[in-house]
Design a protein around this ligand. Sequence first.
Ligand SMILES: Nc1ncnc2c1ncn2[C@@H]1O[C@H](COP(=O)(O)OP(=O)(O)OP(=O)(O)O)[C@@H](O)[C@H]1O
Length: 816
Amino acid sequence: MVVPPVRSPGKRLESTPEKENSFAGSWNPDLGRFQRKCAEISASLSQPSLGDRVRAETARSGDAPLPSTSTVLQGEAWSPSPNERGGLCSERSPLQDCTVQVQVQSPPTVPCTQFRSPGSPLAAKAAVQLVQSPSLHPMHPVPTRWCLPEFEDLRRKMQHSISALQRSNAQQAEMQAALSQALQRGESFKEEAQEARRSKDRHHHKWCALDQEREALQRAAQAAQAAERAARGAERSALEEAAAWRRWLASFLDVLLRRGTQSHLQADVSASQCFEERQPKLHTALQQLSQLSERPSLEPGLLAEMSDLYAWLAGVMGENRLSVIWNDGHEVQQKADDRVAQLERKLAQKEIAVASLEHEKRALRSEVRTLQNLVQELRGSIRVFCRIRPPKQPAGSLAGAATEAQGARSISLRKPAGAGDKRQDFSFDRVFSQLAGQRDLYEEVEPLIPGVLQGIHVCILAYGQTGAGKTYTLAGDRSTGEPGIQDLAIADLLKLALHGSSEAARYDVRLSALEIYNESIQDLLSDPETGPREGLQEGPCERLEVRQSKEEASGSWPSPFGSMRVPGLTSWAVRESRDVEQALGRIGRQRHVASTALNERSSRSHCVLSLCVRAAGGAGDDEGQRGCGVLHIVDLAGSERTKVSQAEGMQMKEANCINRSLSALSDVLSALGDSSGNAHIPFRNSKLTYLLQDALGGPGCKTFLFAQVSPEVADANESYSTLTFASRVAAHVQKGRLRPMSRQGPLGGSPATRQDASPRGLRSQDSEPRLPLHSLSHLVASASAPPPALLTSLASPVLRARGVAPPLPGLGRKPR
Ligand SMILES: Nc1ncnc2c1ncn2[C@@H]1O[C@H](COP(=O)(O)OP(=O)(O)OP(=O)(O)O)[C@@H](O)[C@H]1O
């Protein structure tokens, strides 16, 4: 930065010799360097530019601008007069560090005057430049003295920085020295490290050698140990052998002595040959043992005992006190042959006994099956269970629940407001609380599953309001892998039919599935990609119709619905469990579900899955095996009040259809249990009941109804209607009563007529109870002489309790 020259103010200022910071004399005219220095100082002080400050000062004092410095530098040569002091910064100048002797080219004589700084170092600098001005030369006085109070600060700072610099220089020098020392030390360390590494290498070699030595020693120790172990083993085996010899010797002597006492001179020893063979061996063993006996670990007592025995024997025999008559070899052989023949006879007897026991076991098994079926019959052809779903919100505590299990058979409902008494109890065959697992439910169904192989029709129904857990109970929860009753039953059935026993290969299994949606039947196993088959109506799925027919279905397979058939219904052959999984996947995709206010995935249709099992190729020996056992699993659509489910439009229509068909089912189940026997059974009131009439009311059928209820208080009305429905069915079921033929109505009104035509039917005498062929009579007949007394004793109390007598006539009767 260049400081512009400042013109002299043209007035003389008074000298202030008393000011310490002032200096006098002529100035050093090296203005360029001086100005640069001033500029640096100004910059270091973070002040506005020096020129600006000077100008401001000058302007304040009313001075005119000064000529430029270049003018000054182009002046004539000049040398200081004798009364002038050469150099600008003599003695106490704060700018000592930048003092330079410069050849001045100004006129030689400049009067030395005093110039007092106006108070700022900038003004002082301005004064210095002023002196250079040609306008001052030669007549104008030259300011040579001024006060620099601010310079003092600057000087002090600079001195501080100089001394700091000097200190740092000194420190640097010290550090340099320390560094060089450290470098020297580093060098020496490096040498030491190299030496240490060399010595480490030497030690490593030594250590390796030692390690090898140690390993060799270890190997030697191991070998020594092994040798010691072998020696111990040899010693142990020698001892064991000695003990065995001693036992043998003792027993042999015992024989000799016993026989010897009977005839003092002779003893007939059957094992004489054996003794002959063993005697030299015994002798050798004794010798070896006597050598071994020097070892401290040998049992001296054992050896002594053996030696004594042997010596005694040798002595007795040597003195002819005891003579041994060795048995003849031929005689021994003869005895052995006799013994073998005797043993063979015994073996044959035992085998005969085992065969008869096997036979007995089969007979007893059959009897057990018969009794199990009888028990199931006595429990009633329809069994009604109730299951309470866990609350949806975990916060919904049990205390506030609308439905609560009271023991294993009873459920208590807190009735909705205005329905009379506050609480009402309902009883069922079994009540499952919220904590019950799927397997607990399956336990009730499980005993009947083997019966399907023998022709029983098992029908499992889940009933309840929407969202109460019907699908969960039957199909489980696919997301968590929890199996439902359907999965467990099918798995067991397939295990028995396909893999179960030696007879397994003799069973064929087929699966079909349909849904009843808005009173129309649709095939759930048809291929959605191929169009509808000929003669079937087009729709989202193929629409099918129920027909009543005495004819068998096309092909050799009978209809899973007995006398009812659904022409065109797809049925899949099941050869392994994977086929069922695939079928269930397709059913899940094709079934009608929708989101409602009560359930996110509400089933909007009744789904009927039927698994048909029969002896392979109809190869059964008798009627029962030629028929077909069926497992029906029916997931009913949820009953719901349209007001609660907020159904509208299509959903309203669906809900109405669902409610109508459920009400028809209720009527049918109640009528089936009607004790009067003359009740009309309204199967035709809905497609569901029409289709399932054989499965629900036919002989040889077993129905399980699972009534699902919610524990929520908000669902109390729905739970009440479900429980009322289920208890109506349960109350009418005649447990322990076998349906007489006279009660079966005409075809279509009751299963009776159909059963007359059915190959599975069994007609007994008018007054006799009618027995389901597959479940009871057939099994009873096929069982080998079941003890009637046992059956009677089992059945009588139950039947007597129900007022049905005689208890079980015709039980032992053979079927047609
Ligand atoms: N015992 C249970 N344990 C755990 N979760 C259950 C149980 N019962 C039902 N749920 C759950 O409640 C919800 C509704 O159950 P689900 O779909 O089986 O009802 P639903 O009676 O079949 O209804 P809809 O008639 O509308 O088809 C499902 O999320 C299911 O997982």
